[in-house]
Each structure stands twice: as structure tokens, then as C-alpha cells.
Design a protein around this ligand. Structure first.
Ligand SMILES: Cc1cc2nc3c(=O)[nH]c(=O)nc-3n(C[C@H](O)[C@H](O)[C@H](O)COP(=O)(O)OP(=O)(O)OC[C@H]3O[C@@H](n4cnc5c(N)ncnc54)[C@H](O)[C@@H]3O)c2cc1C
Length: 422
């Protein structure tokens, strides 16, 4: 067995706002050695690419990373499914698929995240017809608590629990994802769409193209950027954003404060899905990482009311908000997807890395959004109590029961899960 449990040294998540308490990091080089590790380690937590902003991937025991497992990318063209090693990033998967003429239906803003980590938290992109990335999972291989390697597929009933599993059911080693023939996307950006146009035309704008995002600071500029990602094989967008009061961007823009060189091409230039659906280029680091993110998925029908309710928080946000993004997510079947069983709008906040000020802002946001039944993103910060999470996620109790059944000794429990699954 070539696994190494690395000596403890200070390690953090990507953003640097969480210092891991784990006593070690195991990096198995084969699935068999991962199985041995799981069977012989009382407590361990899977670690992806460290892009979550809370302690979901931390533990006071051992973290296990799959980054040394061999990459796998096998395309079954007849089933339209790709099988990938779970630790591979979306950039790696997207590049491999695009090179062979295939595509995933959607991607998150950042392609650097691991496939298993994105799936485990219900990570999403945007699009009224695009569910979370976990919904593309048609099967997966997972090492369960006794070290047994199990294939979970659509027929056996537990796939919807395993799709978004928060690391609680086992260590996923391979994921099978639905694919489609490659397609082209063109991104155009408009600036400063007034609030009254956002209110009157929100649904039309958000459904006018394959993937649409609005960015706002909740100030008088309204939606200060509207990114419309049009799929070339679909009818052209029809909403005239200029007639609604916006103006076309005259060059590339970054949604936050960084150099626009790091964003995927805009200006309506068609390009491969893999180079347009993420906001950030895989070849660039999207920011310094000195940020903290929070996000809430609410029923799509409440989006305009929720945005209006948040506007009075502009002054609270001003010192710390880098960008807020509004996206749409189609309903999922995954039990714990934030978009589970409801057409959703995601209200996302990228804050400066000021943990105290962000905690205060997050508490206030959650008070304001409470009437809209918000579901916090599993990979971002939230003040929600376990009780509140159980109200927001109707399948959470059934999931906790399944976790106890599959992992009776709590091998995959960490403090985050102890709290959430209580
Ligand atoms: C700059 C930036 C942009 C982002 N953009 C988006 C976005 O557009 N949309 C969105 O929804 N989210 C977004 N996120 C959040 C991000 O997608 C999630 O936090 C995601 O979970 C990160 O994946 P990861 O591989 O880093 O997982 P980690 O943070 O390392 O782990 C997250 C969870 O996945 C579990 N896990 C990881 N690997 C495995 C495995 N092999 N088996 C079982 N469980 C596993 C962990 O145990 C943990 O529960 C963004 C984050 C950043 C930093």
C-alpha cells in the first residue's frame, strides 16, 4: 500500500477562511488501497479540491483525497454517459469530453472544482432548464463504511440519496454523468439593468437563453451585469435589454473586482460549452481566494420579492460585498440538492474575507429571506440551525436515517455532519 498519511501541518480550504483540524491527509493511489484505508480507519472524511467555505470537508480525524488516483474518462456513446474518476476537476473532464465531441449539460462558475465535491454539495450553474450538476449523475461507485465498493445506479433506489451526499455515505471513486454532443455558446453582457426592469421582466430575461446570470450590489444600479449565455443550436434571445434600460458592455467585464482576463470570452463570440458555461477560465485563478461565499436557493416564483426584500441591506453589504449573483436552477430529484423538487433561483453572495462582518451579514440575510423558505448551499457559509435545515430540506431526516443504516459506527461523520444530521 503506497498511501501516505501526511504529517500534520497547517492546511486550509481554498479561500483560507477554514483551517482544517484534521490530524492527517491520506492520499491512496488505488481504489483497493482506499478500500483498505476506509475499513481500517475509525473516522475519515473525503476531501475534494477544498473549494467549500465551511467545515463540511473538515474532520478532527483523517481527510482522504483522491487526487493521486489515476484519471479515468471513458465515454459510452451508445448510453451517452461518461465515467470519470471522482477526484478529477470539471476542467479535466470538460477538456476530455470536448476533445472527443461531447459535452456536459452545465458547469459551475468555477471549473477548478472536483467532480465528486461539486456533486456532493449540489453545486449548480444557471439555466431555467438546467438542474444541479448532481442531476447529471446516472451512477456512481462508492466505498461504503466497511470498505465495500458499491455501484449505485438509477434502478436501485438510493441514487437520489447518493447524488448529493455531503460525504456522509462514503467515498465516491467514480461518477457516471449524462453527456450530449458538444455545443457552442456565446456570452453577451449588458450593464446596469434598472431595478424596475428586473422586477417587470425577471422571468422573461432569465429564461431568454440557455444560461443567464445577473450580478448586483443591491445599489441603485440595479443588475449591474447581465450575462446571457446563448446556445447556438437554440433560438436567439428575444428580450431587448437596451430597451429595458441596460447598455451593452463595450469590453470584457469581471463580475467581481479582478482582471477580466480571467473570465471566459464574452462579446457574443461563440465557443465550446466548456469555454463559456463557466464564468472563469480554467487557465486562470479566478481570484486571490480572499473571499467568503454564501448562497440560498429559494422557489423561483419568489425571486423578485426576495431581491426587493434584500435591497435595504445595501448599506450593510457595501463594505464587504464583492458581488452578488442571481441564477436559476431547474428542479432536481436528488434528496439534498438545494433545488430538490422545486424550480429555484439562487441568491449568491461573494464577500470579502472578513469572517465577523460576513457572519453578521449572513444572519441578516437569513432573517430577510426566511419568508421565502431559503435552502442554504451546502458548500457555503450559513447561520442556519440544524432544526432550520431539517425544515428547509424535507428529505434530510430520511437521509440521516440512511446514513445511520449504511454507516452505523459513524465512520464518515465529522462535526459538520454531527450537527446537520442530528
Ligand atoms: C470561486 C468559487 C466558485 C464557486 N462557484 C460555484 C458555483 O458556480 N455554483 C455552486 O453551486 N457552487 C460554487 N462554488 C462552491 C463549490 O462548488 C462547492 O463548495 C463544492 O463542493 C466544492 O467542491 P470541492 O471538490 O472543493 O469539495 P470540498 O470542498 O473539498 O468538499 C465538499 C464536500 O464534498 C465531499 N466530497 C469531496 N470529494 C468526495 C468524494 N470523493 N466522495 C464523497 N464525498 C466527497 C466532502 O466530504 C464534502 O462534504 C464555488 C466555490 C468557489 C471557491
Amino acid at each position: 500500500m503506497t498511501d501516505v498519511i501526511a504529517a500534520q501541518r497547517t492546511r486550509t480550504n481554498w479561500a483560507g477562511n477554514v483551517t482544517y483540524r484534521a490530524s492527517g491527509l491520506a492520499r491512496p493511489t488505488s481504489v483497493a488501497s482506499l478500500q483498505e484505508l476506509v475499513a481500517s480507519t475509525p473516522r475519515l472524511t473525503a476531501l475534494g479540491s477544498r473549494h467549500s467555505f465551511n467545515t463540511i470537508a473538515d474532520t478532527d480525524a483523517v481527510q482522504v483525497s483522491l487526487q493521486d488516483l489515476p484519471p479515468v474518462l471513458d465515454i459510452d456513446t451508445s448510453r451517452r454517459v461518461v465515467r470519470v474518476a471522482a477526484g478529477m476537476t470539471h476542467s479535466q473532464v470538460a477538456a476530455g469530453l470536448e476533445a472527443r465531441g461531447w459535452a456536459l449539460g452545465n458547469l459551475a462558475s468555477l471549473p477548478h472544482i472536483s467532480t465528486a465535491g461539486a456533486v456532493a454539495t449540489g453545486t449548480h450553474g444557471s439555466g431555467v432548464r438546467n438542474p444541479s450538476l448532481a442531476q447529471a449523475v446516472v451512477g456512481l461507485d462508492v466505498v461504503h463504511a466497511f470498505g465495500d465498493l458499491v455501484h449505485v445506479s438509477a434502478g436501485d433506489g438510493h441514487l437520489d440519496a447518493h447524488r448529493v451526499a455531503l460525504g456522509a455515505l462514503g467515498v465516491v471513486t467514480a461518477v457516471e454523468l449524462a453527456i450530449e454532443p458538444t455545443f457552442q455558446v456565446a456570452t453577451t453582457v449588458h450593464l446596469d439593468l434598472p431595478w424596475d426592469a428586473v422586477a417587470s421582466s425577471f422571468d422573461r430575461i432569465m429564461s431568454d437563453a440557455y444560461s443567464v446570470s445577473m450580478f448586483t450590489s443591491f445599489d441603485d444600479r440595479g443588475a449591474r451585469q447581465v450575462w446571457v449565455k446563448h446556445r447556438s443550436d437554440e433560438p436567439a434571445p428575444t428580450v431587448d435589454l437596451v430597451a429595458l434600460g441596460a447598455r451593452p458592455a463595450t469590453g470584457p467585464v469581471h463580475p467581481g473586482e479582478n482582471d477580466p482576463a480571467g473570465v471566459t470570452e464574452q462579446g457574443g463570440v461563440p465557443g465550446a460549452w466548456s469555454e463559456r458555461l463557466p464564468h472563469f477560465r480554467s487557465s486562470f485563478t479566478p481570484s486571490t481566494g480572499a473571499e467568503i461565499q454564501a448562497e440560498y436557493l429559494i422557489p423561483a416564483a419568489s425571486a423578485v420579492a426576495a431581491l426587493q426584500a434584500l435591497r435595504p441591506l445595501e448599506a450593510l453589504f457595501a463594505p464587504i460585498l464583492i458581488a452578488a449573483e442571481v441564477r436559476t436552477i431547474a428542479a432536481d430529484t436528488a434528496w439534498l440538492a438545494p433545488s430538490s423538487e422545486r424550480q429555484s433561483v439562487g441568491l449568491h453572495f461573494t464577500f470579502r474575507r472578513d469572517a465577523t462582518a460576513v457572519a453578521a451579514a449572513v444572519e441578516r440575510i437569513e432573517e430577510v429571506l426566511a419568508p421565502f423558505d431559503p435552502r442554504p448551499h451546502w458548500g457555503k457559509v450559513s447561520a442556519a440551525s440544524a432544526e432550520r435545515l431539517h425544515e428547509a430540506y424535507p428529505h434530510l431526516s430520511a437521509f440521516a436515517a440512511l446514513a445511520r443504516e449504511l454507516d452505523p459506527a459513524g465512520r464518515f461523520r465529522n462535526p459538520f455532519l454531527e450537527r446537520v444530521l442530528a
